[in-house]
Design a protein. Sequence first.
Length: 255
Amino acid sequence: MKTVDLNSDLGESFGAWEMGNDAAMIDVATSVNVACGFHGGDYDTMRKTVELAKARGVSVGAHPGYRDIHGFGRRPFYGMKASEIENLVAYQIGALQAIATAAGYKVTHVKAHGALSNVACEEDTTARAIASAIRAVDPSLIFVVLANTKLVQAGEAANLALAHEVFADRAYEDDGTLVSRKKPGSVLHDPKQIAERVVRMIQDGAVISVTGKIIKMRTDTVCIHGDTPGAVDIARGVRQALKDAGIEVAPFKRS
């Protein structure tokens, strides 16, 4: 039986500003990536998210991004030194580790957020800096990487355990990168279409680009964004479709 993890980016509310339905998403996901206060989230939200995940036995990971609350971490910061990126990532991992420890839980993985991830997919310096930060903080952490990108190469070079990720609700370019959110059709919204697409991804080990190109990709985990409109319905539809197809849903583990 094939097995896949379902992950979601959560804990992105900040103070009185709320984003997504974390409690409902945690009921469907098998791992969650928690914002660490730089692109979203705060210490209270982090604690609440970790406690929700702990209560449901869902794996918790750090979701570090650029220090960009106003832009939700989706604006690239080019020109940062490798040391600056390492410190940026290490700082955020450490923050979540402290919160998780206080809640009696453990951080198991790291996944870069938004523009930080997008830049790292195509730029060696950023990808290697993220991997170096993870290894320096805790080499047992699993590095969640966008399949077929420089993140994979950086993670392998740092000798980190990797979880290769594909996106349920995002469109792909022919080179295997995500279609920019600035372009129409970059985010998918039809729950039935998304569910069928995810099943094909797992069964075929590939994604289909916007032009119809088949791109082979290893798939350990599937991301469903918690801030996508209708995210809960999308997640439930994906999980049911996987079950109907005989695909087990379970958290990824070190291999």
